[in-house]
Design a protein around this ligand. Structure first.
Ligand code: SME
Length: 167
């Protein structure tokens, strides 16, 4: 089987497993742990997978993205202001950001010297950004449109869970 068909098959299998996670998750934290674990284990080029959740401004503290569930090496970026990084760009615009070569992007905040490409997908609850799913790869241009679709689907599943939990 050619590599691209195998990749597509893996993506479809992972998508189906993601769809089952909300049924057994005891909390949104539990769901997000399940998502990072599944993506990190099964998607071989997803070398760092993590959630950043938006913390509202409090007093003199501006809003920031705070590291949540993740798999991969510890990152120095545990709090990211909205005006910094690829993470800040995705959260402040509410749009998915795919960077094929992180070293050519001046917004990039380095997490590991091995990282070559990155995708960041915002998570919405009732139309408002509440966080994001961030994935780094040791491979350049690792995130094809099929990967983008999978990661956006994961963000949608988490957004729906949070939406229902907030009711
Ligand atoms: N590279 C991100 C920072 C987070 S680390 O990748 C885990 C950015 O540029 O915002």
């Amino acid at each position: 089987m050619p590599n691209s068909s195998r990749n597509l098959e893996t993506i479809q299998a992972v998508r189906s497993e993601i769809n089952l996670l909300p049924q057994s998750a005891k909390s949104s934290k539990d769901l997000m742990e399940g998502v990072v674990q599944l993506l990190h284990e099964r998607m071989l080029k997803y070398n760092w997978v993590g959630f950043y959740m938006l913390e509202k401004a409090a007093g003199s503290e501006p809003p920031a993205l705070v590291l949540g569930a993740f798999r991969g090496a510890m990152t120095p970026h545990t709090r990211i202001p909205l005006n910094q990084g690829i993470c800040g760009a995705a959260a402040s615009t509410g749009k998915t950001v795919v960077v094929d070569d992180v070293n050519a992007d001046s917004r990039y905040l380095a997490c590991s010297i091995e990282t070559k490409s990155e995708i960041v997908v915002p998570i919405f609850v009732r139309g408002t950004v509440v966080g994001e799913l961030d994935i780094d790869s040791h491979f350049a241009a690792a995130f094809a449109p099929v990967d983008r679709e999978l990661v956006e689907h994961c963000a949608t599943v988490v957004g729906h869970y949070l939406e229902n939990a907030a009711q």
